[in-house]
Design a protein around this ligand. Structure first.
Ligand SMILES: *Cc1c(COP(=O)(O)O)cnc(C)c1O
Length: 365
């Protein structure tokens, strides 16, 4: 009888991520307001679109497996060497590569319980043990407990999203560097910075390769290119070299490389998205205050509305969906009392506010 290997066979069948397209199909919805995946409401840079459109006829060519031009541009931006940059098909691919290269079957990794799930997904897929640490009651990551857990199980990898998803919380450079030195010497810190651009640049760990740390960045969020699938790792060359041995050599879409390179030149676009996102966050905070759904501080392009109990949060998620508004919510306490809403553009936010007000009125009367 033909069977998968024991690691794969031991994983329960399940649905790691249900996409919005499936929800629309199952509910028979023709349109849906997509505020559930932290996709940018502001689209890609027009420069990226133009560059990609111009190159589309050459789709018959493979992309450059070295991503040479893009790595050069990123190295220049971060004032480091080209070999300290690895371009991947989004952060999601990079997380899998780090796990594949730095975790042996049976070893432990640590992460916050209920943080961005793709790291644990890969760790389980490669036969690791995931030790998780609860969020603090205020919704922030418990860095002391995370480091203690890494010490206890001598973790191969510690995953930390900063700014975090789903909480939106942010730890400044001092806290991150202190955290790094509290980890065991053998532990690789996988620092997922998908939302780094949305945080206060003064408070961010200086963007350069750090010893023992793989920093993950993406074009999916600020640059609005989630569908193109492109991101990169920033790390000392010695940490990236093992990944070059096993990565999918032609896994990064040619057009995505071209778009990402063009996007990097468009600082005015990036600033505009940051401004509009900050305005959206402030608007959500005011809306939450008005409706008795206080929001958690966020350094990202989404905001958590605190519904004070899991049941109320579940009910709000469902009520929004019935009105054609797709959001998501954390599944694990204490954050499971929240509904996470992506910052939409001005029109999206007006629609969201109207639906949320209507739901809250109905509940209270
Ligand atoms: C959205 C998100 C990602 C996904 O990044 P891709 O580059 O699109 O794979 C990774 N990490 C976090 C924390 C995210 O929220």
């Amino acid at each position: 009888m033909i069977r998968p290997n024991l690691t794969i066979e031991a994983i329960p069948a399940g649905e790691p991520f249900i996409g919005p397209e499936r929800i629309m199909r199952e509910r028979g919805l023709q349109t849906m307001l997509r505020l559930g995946a932290n996709e940018s409401a502001f689209g890609p840079s027009p420069r990226a679109v133009a560059a990609m459109a111009a190159e589309l006829p050459r789709l018959s060519w493979y992309g450059d497996p070295d991503s040479y031009a893009l790595r050069n541009a990123l190295a220049e931006r971060w004032n480091t060497g080209r070999d300290d940059v690895l371009v991947t098909s989004g952060i999601d691919e990079l997380l899998g590569l780090v796990v594949r290269c730095f975790l042996a079957p049976g070893e432990a990794v640590v992460a916050s319980a209920g943080t961005y799930p793709t790291f644990a997904y890969h760790a389980i897929g490669y036969g690791g043990r995931v030790e998780s640490v609860a969020y603090r009651e205020d919704g922030r990551i418990d860095l002391d407990e995370l480091a203690a857990a890494a010490q206890r199980c001598n973790a191969a990898i510690c995953y930390l999203a900063n700014p975090d998803n789903p909480s939106g919380s942010f730890a400044d450079a001092d806290a991150i560097l202190r955290f790094r030195s509290a980890l065991p010497a053998r532990t690789l810190l996988l620092l997922d910075e998908a939302y780094a651009e949305f945080a206060d640049p003064q408070a961010l760990v200086e963007p350069r390769p750090l010893p023992g740390v793989v920093r993950a960045r993406t074009f999916s969020k600020l640059y609005g290119m989630a569908g193109a699938r492109i991101g990169y790792g920033l790390a000392p060359q010695a940490l990236l070299a093992p990944m070059l041995k096993v990565r999918l050599q032609y896994g990064v879409n040619r057009n995505a490389q071209i778009g990402a390179l063009a996007a990097l030149t468009d600082d005015a676009f990036a600033h505009d998205v940051l401004d509009r996102t900050a305005r959206g966050r402030a608007e959500y905070a005011a809306l939450g205050a008005e409706l008795g759904l206080p929001t958690l501080d966020s350094s990202s392009n989404f905001v958590c509305f605190d519904c004070s109990s899991r049941d109320r949060a579940d009910a709000l998620l469902e009520a929004l969906l019935q009105r054609g508004v797709w959001t998501r919510k954390p599944g694990i306490a204490p954050l499971d009392r929240c509904v996470r809403v992506t910052v939409g553009d001005e029109g999206d936010r007006a629609r969201f506010a109207a639906e949320l007000r209507a739901i809250c009125m109905r509940v209270t009367t």
